[in-house]
Write a protein that binds this ligand. Structure first.
Ligand SMILES: Nc1nc2c(ncn2[C@@H]2O[C@H](COP(=O)(O)OP(=O)(O)OP(=O)(O)O)[C@@H](O)[C@H]2O)c(=O)[nH]1
Ligand SMILES: [Mg+2]
Length: 303
């Protein structure tokens, strides 16, 4: 059930892979030619050049050791190598929905990628697992942003610290951390205004928010910065993330809009090149359109 729903949500990405894959195996070809074409398919599906090459180099090695070179066997090895990219040892995957610790999550990213919506969805996941959630509306920059998060708070029936328009966002974070400490919340999720990595004052502002969190929140609390990325931007999104990471630390990615793009392959280059896990995916505009990212289910839904 879960699996078929994911497949449905990733329909466009799956189609992008399927059409090309079936053509590869349609007529008899030399095995090297088959793998070259798989490599090309991966690149065209937004997996990224370096990551596609890595996957196919490993696939070539695997096939040297294996007698069965049928379409099924090759696809199975390919799936395994794609999973290996996503669960590599150097990627720190923390399942914080089920973590038995208090948590403060700062949500960052460029304009319009889906930060506020994703916070609404995340709040539901945390609430469903029995946690007491507080939201902080620290996007005081864009008119309407505070109300937008407030609506998500109401939908989820959770408390929220509302900033005022043009108030220093760091002061909203300050108030929220105080409320979090004083009133026994399990999770604080902070919304921030969209920003580009090259806007120095806005990136400094982010650092200021992080400093306040570090200063006001005890070391026993798990702290995380989640970057939201729009999957429809494909490889540009991966570059955007890379630029952002040069300016600020990020622990995890929330990849949105996977329901409306054929560029879902970008997951692989993000994880492989940035060494940051994709933790959640957004598959629609509604509160329940969120999936905790699972490498195996994801790969099996698209290849
Ligand atoms: N199809 C689809 N749309 C989404 C998804 N996530 C968010 N959106 C839509 O993307 C648009 C922008 O979402 P927001 O949550 O306002 O994005 P934001 O990053 O907070 O935007 P700013 O605060 O202006 O920077 C809205 O129309 C959302 O409904 C998703 O997973 N799938
Ligand atoms: Mg927003």
């Amino acid at each position: 059930m879960f699996f078929s729903k994911l497949k449905e949500n990733l329909k466009k990405t799956k189609e992008a892979f399927d059409v090309k894959m079936s053509n590869i195996f349609a007529d008899k070809k030399d095995i090297n030619e088959v793998i070259d074409e798989i490599e090309e398919t991966l690149i065209l599906s937004d997996v990224g050049y370096e990551t596609s090459t890595k996957i196919c180099d490993r696939l070539r090695e695997d096939l040297k050791k294996q007698v069965d070179k049928s379409e099924q066997a090759i696809k199975e090895l390919l799936r395994q190598e794609m999973i290996n990219i996503l669960v590599a040892d150097d990627i720190n995957i923390v399942d914080n929905i089920n973590l038995d610790k208090k948590q403060v999550i700062l949500v960052v990213g460029v304009n319009g990628v889906g930060k506020t919506t994703s916070i609404g969805k995340l709040t539901k996941l945390y609430k469903d697992s029995g946690k007491k959630v507080l939201l902080a509306a620290a996007d005081t920059f864009r008119a309407g942003a505070i109300d937008q998060l407030d609506i998500w708070a109401q939908r989820n029936n959770v408390d929220i610290c509302l900033g005022k328009e043009m108030q220093d966002p760091a002061s909203v974070i300050y108030d929220a951390t105080k409320k979090f400490n004083d009133e026994g919340y399990d999770v604080l999720i902070c919304d921030t205004a969209g920003r580009l990595h090259n806007k120095k004052n806005l990136m400094d502002e982010l650092e200021k928010m992080k400093k306040i969190i570090d200063k006001n929140i005890s070391e026993e609390v798990y702290k995380e910065t989640i970057m939201v990325l729009d999957a429809t931007t494909g490889q540009n999104g991966a570059i955007q993330a890379k630029n952002f990471l040069e300016k600020t630390d990020v622990n995890g990615i929330f990849l949105t809009k996977l329901d409306s793009t054929s560029k879902g392959g970008v997951v692989f280059s993000i994880v492989d090149e940035l060494k940051i896990p994709v933790k959640y995916i957004g598959v629609g505009e509604k509160i329940e359109d969120i999936e905790k990212f699972d490498a195996k289910s994801f790969v099996e839904a698209i290849v």
